[in-house]
Design a protein around this ligand. Structure first.
Ligand SMILES: Cc1cc2nc3c(=O)[nH]c(=O)nc-3n(C[C@H](O)[C@H](O)[C@H](O)COP(=O)(O)OP(=O)(O)OC[C@H]3O[C@@H](n4cnc5c(N)ncnc54)[C@H](O)[C@@H]3O)c2cc1C
Length: 265
């Protein structure tokens, strides 16, 4: 069997700062772009040395029209600050694509619920769902209108876009989950996907379960190896018979069936 995950020296094609702390980075990584599925991530060495030692996981945000790998990230600490400083022509060591992505359904009515940075893996998902002839209803939320990420890119796509902000500066006033709840009735959607703050995803999962809606979430855990060896990023899930077990977020996820996640853990 061909191993799809690989390590390569990706060339930076472009880097831009789209908000004071948020960056878009395009990389030439043809084999990763070719094999990538929405919800998968890449594991990046954020240095040309072994300090910091651990790679940093970033979701695959999009595959550009020329096959470039596009990442969207917040500069938080040492690793992402180094990444934010990279210029066109630099090389970055990238492992990927890693993890299990979202299910791509066809000819369905789907809801995508994105809170804050949660939009990162969901734009690529929306693109793939549109290619599979789904009706895509995209619910995008943030604290205020300046923090609604990739609004213009989403407006250019054939999605039905619904906005929510905590302060009411754009769209519905409240959380994106509260907005989604207003549209949620039995049969309103065939499938739903979410990524965002943990509390919002837990609420999303509860709401979906109430109307027996198949739903998937992308989880975040601090991780080390990124390929299922170190067990440093486990999360509690329930198996088919209701027993709790622990699964690696990196290799069994980061996308999980929302109903299987033990949200209280
Ligand atoms: C599967 C996966 C996909 C991700 N995709 C993206 C993405 O596309 N864009 C993006 O901006 N971020 C993403 N993250 C989070 C990103 O990996 C972390 O922000 C990054 O590793 C921080 O590294 P650093 O060296 O800059 O900061 P550190 O110095 O390591 O940490 C800085 C701060 O960030 C916190 N932090 C570090 N790692 C995580 C984490 N995994 N989750 C939550 N908080 C963390 C630390 O507790 C600390 O407060 C993803 C995480 C996972 C697990």
């Amino acid at each position: 069997m061909k191993l799809l995950t690989e390590i390569l020296e990706a060339v930076v094609l472009a880097s831009s700062q789209i908000r004071p702390d948020i960056y878009l980075l395009s990389l030439e990584a043809p084999t990763i772009s070719r094999d990538a599925r929405p919800g998968q991530f890449v594991h990046i060495r954020c240095s040309h040395t072994y300090d910091p030692l651990l790679r940093r996981p970033l979701s695959i945000h999009d595959i550009g029209s020329k096959g470039e790998l596009v990442l969207l990230f917040q500069a938080k600490g040492r690793g992402t600050a180094w990444l934010a400083g990279q210029q066109a022509g630099n090389r970055i060591n990238v492992l990927g694509p890693v993890g299990q992505g979202f299910s791509i359904v066809a000819n369905k009515k789907v809801a995508i619920v994105a809170g804050g940075l949660g939009v990162v893996p969901l734009l690529f998902l929306a693109r793939k769902l549109l290619e599979s002839d789904n009706e895509v209803n995209f619910f995008l939320g943030a604290q205020d209108c300046d923090k609604l990420l990739r609004l213009e890119a989403l407006r250019r796509m054939e999605v039905n876009l619904f906005l929510a902000t905590d302060d009411g500066s754009a769209g519905f006033k409240g959380t994106v989950t509260d907005l989604w709840k207003k549209h949620l009735r039995p049969g309103a959607f065939d499938w739903a996907y979410a990524c965002g703050p943990q509390a919002e995803m837990a609420e999303f999962a509860r709401l979906a379960e109430r109307v027996a809606l198949p739903a998937e979430v992308s989880l975040e855990e601090r991780m080390a190896c990124g390929i299922g060896l170190c067990r440093g990023c486990v999360t509690a899930v329930c198996d088919a018979s209701g027993h709790k077990k622990y699964e690696n977020v990196c290799s069994c996820g980061p996308v999980f069936n929302a109903a299987a996640v033990c949200w209280e853990d």
